[in-house]
Design a protein around this ligand. Structure first.
Ligand code: S3P
Length: 426
């Protein structure tokens, strides 16, 4: 499919975003190993989170979906049944990496598969700690899906992660639930802590501090009723859109503002964006608030060191902001961009160039000079949801119509993206 996006005069509106993708995956996985029925409200409508539900079903767990409400009938840590077919993670790195932690401790063999993009993403980062814990895992060329996990009893470990990755941290913590003793994970820089927050919500005794988390197994999880906050990474597209289109005024309701994700707001404000948090409350241990963004004079900025890990999913759309800012955007220390759903340094650069925008790439980032204009063009999502949506945002400030090829990719995290965009662009 393709979408043609017209330049917008201004953006206006108030709306709610789909449930956070990261939180939805975690609630579903934890509910599947809790004892009793959990109810999850505002579950992500994205295909990735539905891949997680599909895998849980294949493991014999009853799942009922009614729009954005999901009921999961958990049967405890050892309630999974040996799967009769492959577990299909689709496009979802979070599904395959985090679920592997739970599967490593099960007394059966499971095989996890994914689509073409997922089949190119490295799994060695989760295989290493899980093998230290006692699981036996084989992968294509030693690192790529399909993954075959021969689970069994697990030993607790004290693991220092070589890369800052919340998926790896979560995988080890989930395996730690099944191990006999204390499992500790240490991270080189702070990553999102939704797993730690969610584990406490499900009644697990989890300790954590700056850069580490510890869980004691075997643990017992209690079923819960929970509400997923709106997805801040989906909000990012509209925060940038509202800031770059002059005269815009948008309110995004009920957005998750976990401090390990909210570096985005600080970065936008420092870049000159008029973004305000209107009101905040706590919901299942996660801060949630309404965000207002208005058309702004943008100066751009630098993303490097620990900030690169904190903003890794938002960098494609921040590149769009960088191009129209006065000083541009420099990104360093972000080599992880190359192993996301696509090589996002290359997919951002090739589409910007199609729109006549200058960008210099390097191995771990790029530099986009400021003061540029987007030209009318046809751009490619390359099947990557965040690339499709980032370039739809660029189109709103372009000199003419922009066609986005493979626009259906947005459904991986945000199926309502195109209708929401049309609603605010008038
Ligand atoms: C996620 C962690 C990040 C992020 C991904 C979701 C999570 O990946 O890019 O979209 O939910 O834990 P890494 O753990 O690979 O950094």
């Amino acid at each position: 499919m393709q979408e043609v996006i017209r330049p917008a005069a201004r953006l206006q509106g108030r709306f709610r975003l789909p449930g956070d993708k990261s939180v939805s995956h975690r609630y579903a996985m934890l509910a599947s190993v809790a004892e009793g029925t959990s109810v999850i409200h505002n579950y992500s409508s994205g295909a990735d989170c539905h891949s997680t539900l599909g895998c849980i079903r294949t493991l014999g767990i009853q799942v009922e979906v009614d729009g954005r409400e999901v009921k999961i009938h958990g049967r405890g840590l050892h309630g999974y049944q040996a799967p009769q077919t492959d577990l299909d993670a689709g496009n979802s790195g979070s599904t395959i990496r985090m679920l592997s932690g739970l599967l490593a401790g099960q007394p059966f063999r499971s095989r996890l598969i994914g689509d073409e993009s997922l089949s190119r993403r490295p799994m060695q980062r989760i295989m290493a700690p899980l093998e230290q814990m006692g699981a036996r895992i084989s992968a294509c060329n030693g690192s790529f899906p399909p993954l075959e996990i021969r689970g069994g009893p697990l030993r607790p470990i004290d693991y220092s992660m070589p890369v800052a990755s919340a998926q790896v941290k979560s995988c080890v913590l989930l395996a730690g639930l099944l191990a006999d003793g204390e499992t500790v994970v240490r991270e080189p820089s702070r990553t999102r802590d939704h797993t730690e927050v969610a584990l406490r919500e499900f009644g697990v005794d989890l300790e954590s501090g700056a850069g580490w988390a510890r869980v004691k197994g075997p643990a017992k999880l209690e079923a819960r009723e929970l509400t997923v906050p709106g997805d801040l990474s989906s909000a990012a597209f509209f925060l940038v859109a509202g800031a770059i289109v002059p005269g815009s005024d948008l309110v995004l309701e009920g957005v998750g503002l976990n401090p390990t994700r909210a570096a985005l707001i600080d970065f936008l404000v420092a870049a000159g964006a008029q973004v305000n948090v209107l009101d905040m409350k706590m919901q299942n241990g996660e801060p949630v608030g309404d965000l207002r963004v208005r058309g702004s004079q943008l100066k751009g900025g630098v993303i490097d060191k620990q900030l690169s890990a904190a903003l890794i999913d938002e960098i494609p759309v921040l590149a769009i902001l960088g191009a129209v800012s006065t000083e541009g955007l420099t990104v360093r220390d972000a080599a992880e961009l190359r192993i996301k759903e696509t090589d996002r340094i290359e997919t951002v650069a090739s589409n910007l160039r199609r729109m006549g925008v200058e960008i210099e790439t390097r191995e771990d980032g790029f530099h986009i000079p400021g003061g540029q204009q987007f030209g009318a063009a046809t751009v490619e999502s390359h099947g990557d949801h965040r690339i499709a949506m980032a370039f739809a945002v660029a189109a709103l400030r372009a000199g003419g119509d922009v066609t986005i090829e493979e626009s259906e990719a947005a459904s991986v995290s945000f199926p309502e993206f195109w209708s929401t965009l049309r609603g605010i662009a008038g």
